[in-house]
Design a protein around this ligand. Structure first.
Ligand code: ADE
Length: 226
């Protein structure tokens, strides 16, 4: 899979991608992440990428030309499955969307800044708009990093334990069960006896019950039929 990220401050994401689990995926050749500085595609001599809003109002708007120049350069080299714009008014990112995106070949992710991007890019170029939560961040870089991390860890071969992504919270619309490691008794804090029983079937049943119980208490909305 290849992911191209367009940003006015790509350095914000650089370190994250170099130090997270995604670096292993890059080393193995399973995932390519390319960061592009939108300013490199500015056409005027001041390297301007944003301008005042038509109609007045505070805040700058990211211009069409530099963003489109970068996207068109990429599209000349390969076709893209989605051009995703990270924005607080996009669809709320959910595991189901992440699962779908992890099966794609080539993705572009566009990070907004200031007041956002010119609406015409959203109408004509962007194919998907995603939000990571109902709060406003100063740019789309952290949301893009969140999305790439969530996608990247689902690509086969990225996580050491191939099955562990499937047992994450949310994968079955259930939160994950509690987990424990050694020591089995920490100063009187004991782990549930069942985990020491050696009975895999009973342990699996217990984990499922714990998941359902946890979801019912903490996120009952996940149990509602959709
Ligand atoms: N850009 C700014 N805030 C955001 C959010 N909550 N989700 C996605 N992109 C954003």
């Amino acid at each position: 899979m290849r992911i191209d990220i367009l940003s006015a401050v790509p350095s914000l994401m650089q370190s994250f991608f170099e130090h997270s689990i995604l670096q292993r995926a890059k080393d193995k050749g399973i995932l390519e992440i390319h960061l592009h500085n939108i300013r490199d595609y500015a056409t005027n001599k001041h390297k301007q990428i944003d301008d005042y809003q038509f109609g007045g109002g505070a805040g700058m708007v990211m211009m069409i030309e530099p963003i489109l120049a970068c996207i068109e350069m990429l599209q000349q080299q390969r076709s893209y499955d989605e051009i995703i714009y990270m924005t607080p008014d996009g669809a709320l990112l959910e595991q189901k969307t992440v699962n779908t995106l992890s099966l794609k070949e080539n993705l572009i992710i566009l990070c907004g800044h200031y007041k956002g991007i010119d609406e015409r890019l959203r109408e004509h170029i962007v194919t998907k708009e995603l939000s990571i939560g109902s709060y406003v961040l100063s740019g789309g870089e952290l949301p893009a990093a969140v999305l790439v991390d969530a996608i990247g860890r689902l690509i086969p071969g990225v996580l050491g334990d191939e099955t562990s992504a499937l047992t994450d919270s949310f994968q079955d619309k259930l939160l994950a069960p509690p987990v424990y490691t050694r020591p089995a008794d920490y100063k009187g804090w004991k782990i549930p006896d069942i985990l020491l029983s050696g009975n895999d079937k009973l342990i699996e049943e217990w984990r499922y019950e714990q998941s359902v119980e946890r979801t019912r208490k903490r996120r009952p909305d996940l149990l509602e039929n959709d």
